[in-house]
Design a binder for this molecule. Structure first.
Ligand SMILES: Nc1nc2c(ncn2[C@@H]2O[C@H](COP(=O)(O)OP(=O)(O)O)[C@@H](O)[C@H]2O)c(=O)[nH]1
Ligand SMILES: [Mg+2]
Length: 335
């Protein structure tokens, strides 16, 4: 595979693994000039450049040891240990020896079957774990950008659709014991947070990435709001307030006959009444105003809740809009 030609023949480096995650980091090196590329690999590994098709274990710039996989004459993967400091040091060694990074070039090289930058970027977004609802939309973009049927990318729609690529933050708040933790567990289909019949069970904010009606969200469960002198619980409540500030959507959970928490002033809020299996005559005012009623124990209303949350974050209108989606900033400057 020969990378796209440019005037700067120096090799290029891009890190493919997210920062700070995993025991091993993955970097991609590509170079259109075979001689310069071999020289870089030789200097990096303090040895002869690894032959095409080989996987070797070498020192990496004397900073770490790791694996070099030589894919072909013009590309190789390097895999040092995944710590941020190690990656930053190897990156600092590589940068002066490489051409300035043009993101589209490594992405094009990674998807040689793509016929345009837009298609390569769409395949790259899918490979990075876009939400299920993004996949058909991303695959339709190359044709839309090649022949736009209308004006592209309204900023508000771009912001909404970005949640398909980078999960939105949904924060559940409410009085102690209304059933916030049980709701998260029911939505996740597994025990993420401890749910118990004692107020103050959730001491810390707990988060899980869950799929709701085809979109991934980071759902935060927070400690219940109640009067307390417990310094740990008070600190946890302060932390929860900060998480609420950064939320894309605040879910206010209430339940029949349960004390009410002060309603948030957030414009992005949704009232959910849980414990719908209990005595309906004891419904609170908030339950009656709730957008959705659910029962975590009976697992009723959860599909409705998932659809309502999805619609609040990524509307049907944004998904159906036939204009091109600015899903990567590079598309704004594409010729
Ligand atoms: N009947 C019924 N009980 C529930 C439901 N959701 C939660 N509970 C119970 O309510 C109590 C408090 O639940 P929990 O999730 O810990 O509340 P949190 O303090 O708001 O996180 C527990 O005993 C749960 O089993 C529900 O949908 N129906
Ligand atoms: Mg709880």
């Amino acid at each position: 595979m020969t990378p796209p030609a440019t005037s700067d023949a120096r090799p290029r480096v891009s890190w493919e693994s997210p920062r700070g995650h995993g025991g091993v980091a993955v970097g991609r090196l590509i170079g259109s000039d075979r001689e310069q590329f071999d020289a870089l690999l030789a200097a990096l590994s303090s040895s002869a450049a690894p032959p095409v098709g080989s996987i070797v274990h070498r020192s990496l710039a004397g900073i770490d040891d790791g694996v070099i996989a030589r894919v072909d004459a013009h590309s190789a993967w390097i895999m040092p240990h995944g710590g941020d400091r190690i990656v930053a040091a190897i990156d600092a060694w590589l940068r002066p020896r490489c051409a300035p990074c043009d993101l589209a070039l490594p992405v094009r090289a990674a998807f040689p079957e793509a016929t345009s930058d837009c298609e390569a970027l769409a395949l790259d977004a899918i490979a990075r774990g876009a939400s299920p609802r993004a996949i058909a939309l991303l695959l339709s973009q190359p044709a839309l950008w090649a022949n736009p049927p209308g004006p592209p990318h309204q900023p508000a729609r771009t912001r909404e659709l970005a949640r398909l690529l980078s999960p939105a933050r949904v924060v559940a708040v409410g009085a102690a014991n209304v059933g916030k933790s049980s709701l998260l567990n029911a939505l996740a289909g597994r025990t993420v947070a401890i749910a118990m019949d004692f107020a103050g069970t959730t001491r810390d904010a707990v988060a899980a990435r869950i799929e709701l009606d085809g979109i991934d969200v980071d759902w935060f469960d927070t400690p219940g709001i109640r009067e307390t002198d417990d310094p740990i619980e008070l600190a946890a409540q302060r932390m929860a307030a900060l998480i609420v500030d950064g939320a894309d959507l605040v879910v206010e959970v209430c339940a029949p006959g349960m004390p009410l928490a002060p309603l948030s002033s957030s414009s992005r809020r949704l009232i959910v009444s849980t414990q719908a299996d209990r005595d309906p005559l004891r419904q609170s005012r908030e339950s009656r105003e709730a957008a959705v009623c659910v029962s975590a124990t009976e697992r009723t209303g959860l599909g409705d809740l998932a659809r309502t949350v999805r619609q609040a974050l990524v509307s049907d209108e944004a998904l159906r809009d036939p204009s091109p989606w600015l899903f990567h900033e590079r598309l704004a400057t594409a010729p």
